[in-house]
Write a protein that binds this ligand. Structure first.
Ligand code: R5P
Length: 310
């Protein structure tokens, strides 16, 4: 077995390698003077079951290209089997057309990955389950929800309610509800732009409750902020816990979350942490989950209990 670490997931790759007692090698990535990317694998992969760990976090295109180049290099260098471990999958939100003249970018990216020599993909909490049908290679869709819920349990406010900040997060909230035994309320959101949203209404009674907001990802923080503000206006307590698998925290996200009465922010490490962030953040690592999955794949064992169906 060989674990290769892409530049967006170096720490995770190293941790996965150590947990499996296997070699882990960072990809060598450089830019030529004209801006072209050059990727090289510095150890032999010939005959090896190879796992390339690379989240397609921002800068998305660069990290994606790095993954594709690494896969091609592995194929040409005689890897026995190539698996991409993609802890965060960029472009997954573009899995449908909201207007007429736009691409289904998630499908196109899935096609490109499926044709790059990658024989199997391991992903964590994809934005939607529609993505599962986009790949023509096997996809192992893992979830960080139980890992995050265990950490959240220790910080749960009394009398709390799970709040899905949009309809897309409703199934996710039900998953958390099954583990944390809390009621669920759902926000009906309208997106105004890439970073602005507005709330139409809330289904469920949040009055007097502390809020536990769950979402698959936080990008600019607009969704969580709008949901929290609407619920606070509807009488929720000034006590907000936010749980998310993928904390991208771009643009105004830290400022937006920092302006809320935030008890805590529980995230996984699918996306590397923003350095020096002044938020009460706790990180649950997905390294044990991914190492377990990779170990089982290597030995052709079942992953059934690592996958939660939404
Ligand atoms: C949307 O459907 C996603 O699940 C997130 O709620 C959303 O994309 C987060 O983006 P932002 O933090 O920019 O509102």
């Amino acid at each position: 077995m060989m674990v290769l670490g892409g530049s967006a997931s170096l720490t995770l790759a190293q941790d996965i390698g150590e947990r499996l007692g296997s070699e882990s090698t960072p990809l060598m990535v450089e830019r030529f003077p004209d801006g072209e990317m050059h990727v090289e694998i510095t150890a032999s992969v010939r005959g090896k079951d190879t796992y390339i760990v690379q989240a397609t976090t921002p800068p998305v295109e660069g990290n994606l290209l790095e993954l594709l180049f690494a896969a091609d290099a592995c194929r040409r260098a005689g890897s026995a089997r190539i698996t991409a471990v993609v802890p965060y999958f960029g472009y997954a939100r573009q899995d449908r057309r909201a207007n007429g003249r736009e691409p289904i970018a998630a499908r196109l990216i899935a096609d490109i990955l499926s044709n790059s020599g990658i024989e199997r993909i391991v992903a964590v909490d994809l934005h939607g389950t529609a993505m599962e049908g986009f790949f023509s290679v096997p996809l192992e869709h893992l979830t960080a929800v139980p890992t995050l819920a265990v950490l959240a349990r220790a910080s749960l406010p009394s009398e709390s309610i799970l709040l899905a900040p949009d309809l897309g997060a409703a199934k996710l909230a039900e998953l958390y509800a099954g583990i944390l035994h809390l009621p669920v309320a759902i926000v009906h959101k309208a997106r105004l732009s890439g970073s602005e949203v507005s709330v139409r209404t809330i289904t469920g009674d949040v009055a007097g409750r502390a809020l536990v907001i769950v979402d698959d990802m936080i990008s600019s923080g607009g969704t969580v902020e709008a949901a929290a503000r609407a619920a606070l206006d509807a009488g929720a307590r000034n006590d907000v816990l936010v749980i998310t698998s993928h904390a991208l925290l771009v643009g105004p996200a830290v400022q937006r979350l920092g302006a809320l009465p935030l008890r805590g922010l529980i995230v996984s490490d699918t996306v590397p942490a923003v350095p020096g962030m002044a938020l009460p953040v706790q990180v649950a690592s997905v390294a044990p989950l991914l190492a377990d999955a990779v170990g089982r794949l290597h030995h052709d064992e079942s992953l059934a209990d690592l996958i939660l169906h939404r």
